[in-house]
Write a new protein. Sequence first.
Length: 222
Amino acid sequence: MIWLTKSKIFMIIPDFSREQELIKKGYKAVAGVDEAGRGPLAGPVVAGAVIFDDDEDLISELLFLGVRDSKEISEKKREKLYDFIADNARCWAVDIVSEDVIDEINILGATKLAMKNAVCQLKYAPDYVIVDGNVTLSELLLDQVAIPGGDARVLSVSAASIMAKVTRDRILCQLDDRYPGYGFAQHKGYGTKAHMEALNRFGPCPAHRKSFEPIRSMIKSL
């Protein structure tokens, strides 16, 4: 995340201070949680959950390597960070909720479901959860907090955003092979000009979210 002033540009760099504060209070496993894919017109929504040990050398290396909000990192760098996080986190998990479920329960419900499932799939059960955004996961009977912009501020949430984003991008590349012509590998399902042109040319495919506009109106007009 970048903040602008009249004379300077500041980039917010995540740190491990929030997790350390909770560990000092007695929590033993603090999980960061984030999602990727709320806004696109196609493909699933994916959530990631990550727990790091309070290891000074590991945290320093994560920061040195440039763990950030996944939206602020290039695709190539995200892939490298994904591998490092997968190898060095105490545990991590992702959950994928399909476009059909999104259409059935709406995108907010699907996002919360993916986040809840990702937390529940962690190898080691967390006793505290930090969720990116402004909505906590009420179905989880765990202490938790929602932090708007947490993916830019809280290291474990930044890492979760990377795990979710890379997983989802890989899925969209697979959808590009399955449904050629839409450009899913390039725009990852977002409503870019190229995507809209492809929709107008070919119409929606099974990977599109039927409850999202303009997909819903296109289907009604068929």
